[in-house]
Design a protein around this ligand. Structure first.
Ligand SMILES: [Zn+2]
Length: 189
């Protein structure tokens, strides 16, 4: 009888510990996301200078959770390498001041400061926010060799980068609106 009682006590204790860990992890993740989307101007400028891409926290989810979290058009672009229609997308013509975050994991990607009208019909930027914002990969789909741009944190597809952009970089980051979420903020001191 005493042994049974002891087993129950240990089991309840273990469940409490496991439950505690899960909620603490969830809380940390929530804090991380809140920090990413509510950057102060100082934090944004610090982020802009970062080059330590190896320290970016990887954000990974099972496919069924991506499907549950994203709309069908977001999933098609971010997780299935889709491309949305030119002109008929949310941010092509938008000039609102602010930071464009990854719609998958909230990682900060671009700001309105480097956004320009490329005439392509897709939101275009001549540079990412920071060296740790995005990564590139070789994309050989559709019988072409292009440079794919993915989020540095969750590795979701964002768009492509081409070498026909304006100065000072000469680059055109051609992005999908469905892959990003604009958080409006003032970028001047
Ligand atoms: Zn992401």
């Amino acid at each position: 009888m005493r042994v049974k009682f002891l087993i129950i006590i240990i089991a309840v204790g273990l469940l409490a510990v496991i439950g505690g860990c899960t909620s603490a992890e969830y809380q940390n993740e929530s804090i991380m996301i809140a920090e990413r989307t509510n950057l102060s101007l100082n934090e944004l400028r610090e982020f802009e200078q970062r080059t330590d891409i190896e320290n970016v926290k990887p954000f990974e989810l099972p496919d069924e959770e991506w499907r549950a979290m994203l709309s069908s058009s977001e999933y098609r672009v971010l997780r299935n390498h889709g491309t949305e229609l030119p002109w008929r997308n949310e941010y092509n013509k938008v000039k609102t001041e602010g930071v464009y975050h990854c719609r998958g994991c909230h990682h900060p990607l671009f700001t309105s400061e480097t956004k320009y009208d490329s005439g392509s019909g897709w939101p275009s930027f001549w540079a990412p926010l920071a060296k740790i914002s995005v990564k590139t990969k070789v994309d050989k789909s559709f019988f072409m060799t292009r440079t794919e741009v993915v989020c540095a944190s969750c590795e979701s597809h964002l768009g492509h980068v081409f070498e026909d952009g304006p100065e000072p970089t000469g680059l055109r980051y051609c992005m999908n609106s469905a892959a990003m979420k604009l958080m409006p903020m003032s970028l001047s001191e």
